[in-house]
Structures are given as structure tokens and as C-alpha cells.
Design a protein around this ligand. Structure first.
Ligand code: SF4
Length: 452
């Protein structure tokens, strides 16, 4: 029996307590919903799709259409390909999507069904598309599933034609629609015409559709995914979510790519804008310069409130890396950085950030919130930054929590408001300052008279 209040390190080999990751199909489902007119199809039991759809609903406060093959016990023995074919036939007939994106689950991967062979001779209605991605949940995380679906869509659809489109391909990674919108705004201001894929603006950020065979107005159109093969350059934002798709597009269509951190905070946004400047051959837009000046001004004004404050960050690796660089750059201390997604790059990149700012921090991938709680008991921090799953940890250790990342299930509006770009950095700062100052007010009621 593990003592959850113990300060002594608990060695574990095969147990995760409060993992900081979802399963692969969740990410594949989110990526599929970023394709216009797409019906995501979960090749597994009905419970899997229900769980993932519910999590998306709780984060975005919008429901989405998702289908499932409803595999039962017999499929585990005889295979589920008959269910899959029947399901896809029914989906095209009933829901009339432009494209069906199939992803696998634990069960179908354990059975070992070969989706490509199963769907090889499936009669796809004219003008429609059918793609699939393997998303075995017992490896990786929702970020891996997202990356697999984006890569797979490119593999199925992207083509080179004789007509270069002179556009940039932007692979935004697993971020909110509000962030995608902000990245498109920055690109537009820098004169870079682009195709963003996937794009959930206008999918989660609008009123739900009413008819059974109707789809949200947003999402990357299939024609644009095909056209990705004609792009001038790819910006892959976030190694974990976007690099594999950028490599796929390069190998398949010869589109060169630049792998970058998500543009969260000053330095990462600067780097992104400099890349856009090079491609767009245009000076930095006045609006962006003003936003940067405003951000720097706020940092100078509020510096005394956040300087030297220790922070523990947890969540998706691409977000945590960029966020850690931002807060270290403004004088905070990212003491702990943890992600549930596996991969050595996270720890390597975090060590670079620790060295750059001379921080004696700890970074761990394939980690869980129990790891973090044990560290906090021995060496506490001033602030937690992560998703809703950290709420109980924050309460137990009496540390304020800034909700950032995915999923945020106990707050509204967050998915509309960006954390990327300079405007996003201002919002992050506001959240950090509010959390720290609320805590200060609680602990020092005698100061109320000074501030009122
Ligand atoms: S972990 Fe496996 S069984 Fe559980 S919801 Fe994900 S795909 Fe389904």
C-alpha cells in the first residue's frame, strides 16, 4: 500500500498515479475534428469513444460528432473488420461526411487487425475520402495519437502538383482554437499566407450544428490538405505534436520544414516571427511591435511580484517546454517540469533551459502527479501551472494553481483566449499575477487597507 502523504521517495515500476497524459485515440480524435467535414471513427469499443468525446466536451464546452465500431467480445476473438466496414458504410450513408478518419484503440490494436488491408477494397463514395491512423494506447500519449493522425492524413492526402501555392504550411500542434487563431493572425500580419493543419477554429469555437449530416464551418478543407504538398515551407510547432508530420510532408512532397518550440512567451514568439519575416520578406508589423512593448512594460511593472518565485509545471511536453523558457526568462524558477508523454527530448530540452538560466531544476518525462507531489513535499514551490488534474494536488499541498494546457474542465472561456504570441504571454502573466496576489491577500489580510 502506497502512503500518499509520505515524503520518502516511492519506487515504482509498473504503476502510474494520476498520469499526466490521455490515451492516443483522444489526440487522434482532436486532430480529425480539425479537418473540415470530417467524421472521426473510433475502431474499438463504444466506451473508448465515449470517454474521449466526453473529455473534449468538458474542455471545450462543445460537443462533437464521433462514431464507433462498437466492438464486442466476439470481435476480440474473430476480429472486428466486419464491424468496421459496416460502420463506415453507415457513416457515409447517414452522416454524409466529406472524409472519415479512422483511429484504432487498445482493443483493435491488441486483436491486431490490419486496417489498411481491411479497407483496401472498401467502396468509398465518389468525391469522399477515407483515412486511418494506428493509435495503440499502451504506448505514447494523446500527443502521440495527435501526431500519428496528422502524419497519416498527410500521407493519405498531400500531393505535389505543377502549381506551387507560395504558402506556408503551419502545423500548430495540440493547442486550443484560440491559439490557432492567434498564430494565423500573426502570420497574416507578417504577410505569410498559410494553410494550418489541423485547424479547430470554427469547429469548437462556434455554436453546435443542428442537423445530423451537418458539419461546423471550420476545419482544414481536404483540398487544402492535398495542397500542403505545394507549400513553400512548413513550420512545425512543437517537436512532439508536429515533427513527424513535417518529416512526412518533406519525404513525400519535398516541402522543407523548420521545427520550432510553440510560440509561447517572448523568446519563442520572437523566433517564430523572425522565421515568418524571412519567408514573408516583410518588416515586423507595427501591431506586433506594440504588443511586444506592452508585454515588456507589464513585466517591468510587475516584476517584484513574480521574481524568484518557484514554479512546478506539468502537462503536454511542447507546452511545458515553451512555458518554462518563458517564465525562466522573466525571472521565475521552473523548479519542476513534468510530462506524462514519453521521450528523451523533453528532459534534454529542459536541461538546456535550466543551464541557460542557471536553474537547478528537475525535468521528467513519462512522469505522473505522484512524482511531482513527492518532490513538492520535500521542496515546495510558490505556484503550480498545469491542467485541471492538478487541482487536488494544489489543494493538498496548499499551492495556487494556474490552469493552463489540456484538459481544463472546471473553468470556462479558456479555449477561446490564446496563450501563444505576445498577447498570449500577457494573458499568462495576468493569470500568474492574479494567482500569486490572491495568495498574498489570503496570507496577509492586514495589508488589505494598504491596497484598497
Ligand atoms: S486507454 Fe485504451 S481502452 Fe482506455 S479509452 Fe483509451 S483506447 Fe480505450
Amino acid at each position: 500500500m502506497i502512503d500518499l502523504t509520505s515524503k520518502e521517495p516511492v519506487t515504482r515500476q509498473a504503476l502510474r498515479i494520476n498520469p499526466i497524459a490521455g490515451c492516443q485515440p483522444l489526440g487522434a480524435m482532436y486532430a480529425s475534428l480539425g479537418i473540415h467535414g470530417c467524421m472521426p471513427h473510433s475502431y474499438g469499443t463504444s466506451g473508448c469513444s465515449r470517454f474521449q468525446k466526453t473529455l473534449l466536451k468538458r474542455h471545450f464546452r462543445k460537443s462533437s460528432k464521433v462514431t464507433t465500431s462498437v466492438l464486442k467480445e466476439s470481435a476480440a476473438i474473430f476480429g472486428g473488420d466486419a464491424n468496421l466496414k459496416t460502420a463506415i458504410k453507415n457513416i457515409f450513408e447517414t452522416y454524409n461526411p466529406e472524409i472519415v478518419a479512422v483511429h484504432t484503440t487498445c482493443l483493435s490494436e491488441t486483436i491486431g487487425d490490419d486496417i489498411k488491408a481491411c479497407l483496401y477494397d472498401f467502396p468509398i463514395p465518389e468525391g469522399k475520402y477515407l483515412i486511418h491512423a494506428n493509435t495503440p494506447s499502451y504506448t505514447g500519449s494523446h500527443i502521440t495519437g495527435f501526431s500519428n493522425m496528422v502524419s497519416s492524413a498527410i500521407q493519405y492526402l498531400a500531393q505535389v502538383t505543377a502549381n506551387p501555392n507560395n504558402k506556408a504550411c503551419i502545423l500548430p500542434g495540440f493547442i486550443n482554437p484560440g491559439d490557432m487563431k492567434e498564430i494565423k493572425r500573426i502570420s497574416r500580419l507578417m504577410g505569410v499566407d498559410n494553410i494550418m493543419f489541423p485547424d479547430t477554429c470554427g469547429v469548437f469555437g462556434q455554436r453546435g450544428v443542428e442537423r445530423i449530416n451537418e458539419y461546423p464551418a471550420g476545419g482544414t478543407k481536404v483540398a487544402n490538405i492535398i495542397d500542403l504538398g505545394n507549400c513553400k515551407k512548413t513550420f512545425a510547432l512543437g517537436k512532439y505534436a508536429s515533427e513527424a508530420a513535417a518529416v512526412q510532408l518533406k519525404n513525400q512532397c519535398g516541402v522543407p520544414f523548420k521545427l520550432m518550440d510553440l510560440p509561447i512567451g517572448i523568446e519563442a514568439t520572437d523566433r517564430f516571427i523572425m522565421e515568418l519575416k524571412q519567408l514573408g520578406q516583410q518588416d515586423v508589423a507595427n501591431d506586433l511591435e506594440e504588443e511586444r512593448e506592452q508585454l515588456i512594460d507589464i513585466i517591468l511593472d510587475a516584476h517584484s511580484f513574480f521574481y524568484n518565485k518557484k514554479v512546478a509545471l506539468f502537462g503536454d511536453p511542447d507546452i511545458i517546454i515553451a512555458l518554462s523558457e518563458f517564465i525562466a526568462g522573466i525571472g521565475m524558477i521552473p523548479q519542476y517540469a513534468v510530462t506524462g508523454t514519453p521521450g528523451a527530448y523533453f528532459e534534454d530540452r529542459m536541461q538546456q533551459i535550466f543551464s541557460k538560466y542557471d536553474i537547478d531544476g528537475i525535468a521528467k518525462s513519462s512522469a505522473d502527479l505522484f512524482d511531482l507531489q513527492q518532490w513538492l513535499k520535500n521542496d515546495p514551490v510558490d505556484l503550480l501551472m498545469g491542467d485541471t488534474h492538478g487541482k487536488l494536488l494544489a489543494r493538498a499541498e496548499d499551492v495556487p494553481l494556474v490552469r493552463i494546457g489540456f484538459p481544463i474542465m472546471d473553468r470556462h472561456v479558456h479555449s477561446y483566449l490564446p496563450i501563444v504570441g505576445y498577447r498570449g504571454a500577457i494573458r499568462i502573466l495576468e493569470m500568474i499575477l492574479n494567482a500569486l496576489m490572491d495568495r498574498f491577500d489570503r496570507d496577509h489580510p492586514e495589508n488589505d487597507l494598504v491596497f484598497i
